[in-house]
Design a binder for this molecule. Structure first.
Ligand SMILES: [Zn+2]
Length: 166
């Protein structure tokens, strides 16, 4: 458990936002799942983020996280019109972090494998992009015991996300 003051303050600020917005993200994921195949898509992001991590998993494991996992964080990313024009990215995007786990045999032993998949989409759109895939066990001390709740933000690359949870 991280005890730095900055992290404790961040956790307190985020708790209420997570409680409010995570169910909204879960509903968005449920709605995506219910959308007929022809009306939705999900692709791996073109940019290199998480490529190495993505290779740790088979495609079906990534897809099963989307089909069966649950949303543990939801953020709204807002860009100024200048930033949107410059980056050619939408002015508003939703970012969901989906957590899933599945049994796996490792060295002859049955273990639980965990996976986190981050997706991004324009609000209401059924065309989603996977931006990051990683094994939360690689940063075990940033996560609660079952890897479904972030407990440390201070060393996280996703730190900037903190105040954007809306
Ligand atoms: Zn921390």
């Amino acid at each position: 458990m991280c005890l730095t003051a900055a992290c404790q303050i961040q956790a307190a600020i985020l708790e209420a936002a997570l409680k409010k917005w995570t169910p909204v993200g879960q509903a968005e994921l449920a709605s995506w799942r219910e959308t007929p195949a022809g009306d939705k898509s999900i692709i791996l992001g073109k940019h290199g983020v998480g490529r190495k991590q993505i290779r740790q998993y088979a495609s079906f494991e990534i897809i099963s996280a989307i089909l069966k996992g649950r949303v543990i964080e939801r953020r709204l990313v807002k860009r100024s019109s200048a930033e949107a024009a410059q980056t050619k990215l939408p002015p508003v995007e939703v970012k969901l972090l989906v957590a899933h786990s599945f049994p796996q045999t490792r060295d002859g032993k049955q273990v639980t494998r965990h996976i986190h998949v981050a997706v991004v989409f324009v609000p209401g759109s059924r065309h989603w992009t996977i931006t990051t895939v990683y094994d939360p066990e690689d940063d075990a001390d940033r996560w609660s015991e079952n890897y479904t709740r972030r407990i440390c933000w201070c060393h996280s690359k996703q730190n900037s996300g903190g105040k954007e949870v809306k």
